[in-house]
Design a protein around this ligand. Structure first.
Ligand SMILES: NC(=O)c1ccc[n+]([C@@H]2O[C@H](COP(=O)([O-])OP(=O)(O)OC[C@H]3O[C@@H](n4cnc5c(N)ncnc54)[C@H](O)[C@@H]3O)[C@@H](O)[C@H]2O)c1
Length: 442
């Protein structure tokens, strides 16, 4: 098929490359000329593992333009533009509407069947109330005639976007009508390598399912973090044992059930807020979503208290891991950055930071409150207390030789229980989710 992907960002760029890798002719569109120029030159517009290789291998099926109207030359247009949250926490559709109107104007000048697919995260109800009228007005077509409308979000984790697109647990398709859904199912069936179930439904059901998945997953994370907090106060407890067994119950499942620190990134933190806004707008409440969010917001303070309890006067702190999760350089809502900022507010005199890919991005956010380091070893050398905030694999093997001649062993706060037990010789290891001396009531 000929597919236009509008928005060549963290999701759109990998989707364009994945679609091209399965034989589709893909037109990548973005208002940012730099993203388009990169695609045209065979350079991945964003950093994502495996993306550059896919772009290079499929360059002949990937073209780019800043002209949104050109999407009309394709059979399907997939929109992956931002839907930033407003001050209430609701997702906003201004970028989507702008994109849809321009795509619609292109469609007005052409014949032939076309499906517009919204893949951005939207408030449930958006497709019917705002997006359908906008595309109908701009294109002069009626949805259901020569125009189909689908809502089909991606379920991906940054750092694993390509694999997640090729092997999704399910493909969710909200559809205006069967022809639109059939067209999109045919496209995605040709992309998926694992024969996933397709769930086809109304537009609003798909919109609600997307946000329900994320609020449910984050509820599990906040639940596990609550267990970790309890275990830190309960003599002999170990959150890993508890969640390990809990997850074996098939009614619960073990994924995302890991007691550690806050979830972050561009999606999870805003989904519960939007869910709660939706409930309020519908005249009800969503206390589970509100509690999930409130528990998450409390996690950086919980961690800062653990760190401060380990600090002597004038001690320095190191933060290892500044991206919000491993295998990505994204620093939005990063727990490592939140911790560094809280420690600075508390008057910690020196905060040393390092991340395998995100040190520069984090330094832009933190400014001069943190000292950027070139390696985990440098952080160790300069710091009395070191926190492993992001579970990058390299942090499981800290270079002990860098602290061998220190009089006082550095404290390492291991939020994800990465370190091998034999490192207890080199460091004083504090494992979150196990009893903390400072927390257990005597
Ligand atoms: N990043 C994630 O992990 C993730 C996961 C699930 C869902 N989503 C959702 O997917 C959507 C896109 O997210 P993202 O992370 O890829 O965003 P992004 O900010 O990385 O990229 C968005 C791209 O859209 C372009 N753009 C903005 N306005 C445009 C317009 N009017 N026309 C054409 N291009 C335009 C931008 O220049 C940018 O390149 C959002 O709704 C987001 O909530 C993101």
């Amino acid at each position: 098929m000929r597919v236009a992907v509008v928005g060549l960002g963290k999701l759109g760029a990998p989707l364009a490359a994945v679609l091209a890798s399965k034989g589709n002719d893909v037109l990548g569109i973005d208002v940012n000329p730099e993203a388009v120029r990169r695609l045209q030159e065979g350079v991945a517009p964003v950093q994502e593992p495996g993306l550059q290789e896919l772009v290079t291998a499929n360059a002949k099926r990937l073209s780019g333009t800043t002209q949104l109207e050109a999407a009309a030359e394709c059979d399907v247009t997939i929109l992956l533009v931002p839907t930033p949250s407003d001050e209430r926490g609701a997702f906003t559709n201004a970028f989507l509407l702008d994109a849809i109107e321009r795509v619609g104007r292109g469609l007005a000048d052409r014949d032939g069947y076309h499906v517009v697919v919204v893949a951005s995260t939207v408030m449930p109800g958006s497709s019917e109330s705002e997006l359908r009228p906008a595309i109908e007005q701009a294109s002069g077509r009626q949805v259901g005639d020569s125009l189909g409308l689908c809502y089909s979000p991606e379920f991906i984790a940054l750092g694993n976007v390509i694999r997640d697109m090729l092997e999704p647990d399910m493909v969710l398709i909200g559809e205006s009508d069967a022809r639109a859904g059939d067209t999109l199912e045919a496209l995605y069936a040709g992309v998926c390598e694992n024969d996933p179930p397709f769930r086809r439904m109304s537009l609003v059901d798909a919109e609600l399912t997307k946000i329900a998945v994320n609020t449910y997953v984050t509820m599990k994370i906040s639940y596990a973090n609550t267990l970790a907090d309890l275990c830190e106060r309960l003599p002999g407890a170990d959150v890993e044992s508890v969640t390990g067994a809990l997850g074996l119950d098939t009614r619960i499942g073990g994924k995302y059930l890991r007691g550690a620190i806050a979830y972050g990134g561009p999606c999870f933190p805003r989904d519960n807020k939007a869910f709660a806004v939706l409930a309020r707008d519908l005249g009800t409440e969503a206390p589970l979503a509100e509690a999930t969010d409130a528990i998450n917001e409390a996690q950086s303070h919980r961690l800062a208290r653990v760190v401060l309890a380990q600090l002597g006067a004038n001690d320095s702190v190191g933060v290892l891991g500044l991206s919000y999760k491993p295998d990505t350089g994204v620093v939005e809502e990063s727990p490592g950055i939140a911790l560094a900022a809280l420690l600075a507010e508390s008057g910690v005199r020196e905060i040393n930071v390092y991340d395998p890919v995100a040190t520069d991005a984090a330094t832009l956010v933190l400014g001069d409150v943190a000292h950027p380091c070139a390696s985990a070893g440098e952080v160790l050398e300069r710091s009395d207390v070191v926190v492993i905030a992001t579970p990058w694999r390299e942090f499981a093997h800290l270079p002990v030789e860098r602290v061998a001649d220190r009089d006082r062993k550095p404290v390492v706060i291991d939020c994800w229980r990465l370190l091998a037990d034999d490192l207890d010789e080199a460091f004083t290891v504090v494992r979150l989710g196990t009893p903390l001396e400072t927390h257990v009531a005597r």
